[in-house]
Design a protein around this ligand. Structure first.
Ligand code: MG
Length: 254
């Protein structure tokens, strides 16, 4: 099932997308939604970020080849950081690039969407708390990542977490191809089977000390091949079995 949040006229609603038609739901994804009976053609709707999370918990250095290309080693325990709710934007939204930095990269990532309150769960039970999976772009200012020490600004600025285009509820996350493309050319490529810490392990590790709320998102790290994006570029994150998240990079300061 593909779960979408969308705008139709003045209304923001949730629904299930199938064959180009959105069947609208009454209520949120998290409280046993029921069909409202209304349908909207996808071409008449504008898809939004599929969730507004209370927080995005992201993982660094979770693909060995990406850790190596950045001159880092794979950590012994998952390396966490936060991206704020204000960094989340939807499919098709422009990615705002701040004025000043010389190098801003997209990072293609499998995003896990939490479906119910998750606190102190075992790795074996962890995936029962997952609503589904979507594509994320962990936008990063490399200059600030180096200069700031903490990554709050480098990875948490406004619009630095494009998310979407929908939540796929039936995909198995254990071996999916994850890619980024800039203007149609493949930049990054990898498979989730090479994740050092797979989704179930990440959720158990995070929820041991941080409560995950319905709609919270876990970014699982990025595969090798990182490179820059520039104003005017079209950036696509594609994940096998989920879909393509496409955004354009806005002009500096725009
Ligand atoms: Mg990342």
């Amino acid at each position: 099932m593909r779960l979408v949040r969308f705008r139709f006229g003045d209304e923001i609603a949730t629904g299930v997308l199938e064959d180009g038609v959105i069947r609208q739901l009454r209520g949120t994804f998290f409280e046993d939604p029921v069909p409202s009976g209304s349908e909207v053609a996808l071409e008449h709707a504008r898809l939004l970020a599929p969730v507004i999370p209370s927080k995005v918990v992201a993982i660094a250095r979770n693909y060995p080849e990406h850790a190596a290309e950045m001159g880092n080693v794979v950590p012994d325990v998952p390396m966490l950081f936060f991206k704020p709710a204000t960094s989340v934007i939807g499919p098709g939204d422009p990615i705002p690039i701040p004025e000043g930095p010389s190098r801003v990269d997209p990072e293609a990532e499998l995003a896990v969407v939490i479906g119910r309150l998750c606190r102190r769960v075992s790795e074996e039970d962890a995936l029962k708390y997952v609503l589904g999976y979507t594509c994320a772009n962990d936008v990063t200012v490399r200059d600030w990542q180096k200069s700031d020490g903490q990554w709050a600004r480098a990875k948490g600025s406004d619009g630095f977490c494009p998310l979407g285009p929908w939540i796929e509820t039936e995909v198995d996350p254990s071996d999916l191809e994850v890619r980024s493309r800039v203007n149609g050319e493949v930049l990054q490529s990898g498979r989730t089977s090479s994740l050092v810490f797979p989704p179930a392990r990440l959720i158990a590790h995070i929820a041991a000390s941080i409560t995950l709320l319905p709609g919270d998102v876990v970014l699982t790290g990025t595969p090798p091949g990182v490179g820059p994006m520039r104003p005017g570029d079209r950036v696509e994150i594609e994940i096998e079995g989920i879909g393509v998240l496409a955004n354009t990079v806005a002009s500096a300061g725009g």
